[in-house]
Design a protein around this ligand. Structure first.
Ligand code: ATP
Length: 248
């Protein structure tokens, strides 16, 4: 790691740490060609949000955890950036929730799938986590999507009732909602199609969200569903927060 990234007192420490994780993942063949561009878009929004969890994001996080805890068949969908940035933390969350994870990537090649699955398997063994890792053998398709990105696993994404899809693409989010699922997304851009379409939108940085979820789980066990939760309002609050950055 570079000197700057290794120094926790550096003002951009977290950001540099995330970049470093992506560099390492790139070398291991975990990432798609566009991974760094997607991350850059996220960084820009995180800067405007103040690199912090804003109150509306925490509210969405609590609602998400409540949905996941109460689900009959919860699942967490993982892509390359998620595995690179928060592989250990997300497997810990799955362990807490007793739910499977499914590697489901947009640009699917056998080499990348193999690299992602074995990286997760290594973390699982090292941390001694009890989690089923799916994705090696897709046997179902998400209706309404073309080509290989529709592929998924029947006992994972296909039959899930509640799905956490951090950093999802707008089309797939829409297709999952159309299947009748409760779709929870993590996306720093409140204007993205994904953010607008999901059941619960957490406008916050991935690693902060997963750490918040694990902390909530470890401190209070479960959160309860709010019946007054309004996702459109939550997304609007994030947007208002960003607009206040320009007004200040
Ligand atoms: P959409 O298809 O939903 O309109 P998009 O084309 O902008 O979205 P992608 O390029 O598929 O989206 O994915 C990148 C998205 O993920 C961006 O919206 C970006 O803000 C967000 N993002 C990137 N890194 C992170 C991160 N670490 N935490 C949270 N969100 C992130």
């Amino acid at each position: 790691m570079s000197k700057i990234a290794a120094d926790p007192t550096h003002p951009r420490y977290q950001s540099l740490l995330m970049r470093h994780r992506l560099e390492v993942a790139e070398q291991k063949g975990l990432l798609a060609g566009s991974a760094l561009i997607a991350h850059g878009r996220g960084e820009a929004f995180d800067y405007l949000i103040g690199e912090q969890t804003i109150p509306s994001a925490l509210q969405a996080t609590r609602q998400a955890l409540a949905y996941l805890s109460a689900a009959k068949r919860p699942v967490i969908s993982l892509n390359g950036n998620v595995v690179a940035l928060a592989g250990k933390e997300i497997l810990t969350l799955a362990h807490h929730l007793r739910c499977p994870v499914e590697v489901n990537i947009f640009y699917r090649t056998p080499e990348r799938m193999e690299a992602l699955l074995s990286h997760l398997e290594e973390i699982k063994q090292h941390e001694q986590l009890d989690v089923t890792i799916l994705g090696a053998e897709p046997d179902a398709r998400i209706p309404g999507l073309e080509g290989p990105r529709a592929n998924c696993v029947r006992e994972g994404i296909f039959e899930s009732d509640v799905i956490l899809v951090p950093l999802e693409d707008g089309d797939r989010c829409e297709a999952l909602v159309a299947m009748g699922k409760t779709v929870i997304v993590i996306d720093l851009n409140p204007l993205s199609r994904t953010a607008q379409m999901a059941t619960v939108t957490i406008v916050d940085e991935l690693t902060r969200v997963v750490n918040n979820m694990n902390n909530l789980f470890e401190s209070i066990g479960q959160t309860s569903l709010s019946h007054t939760y309004d996702n459109q309002d939550i997304v609007q609050q994030a947007l208002d927060h960003i607009l206040s950055f320009f007004a200040s």
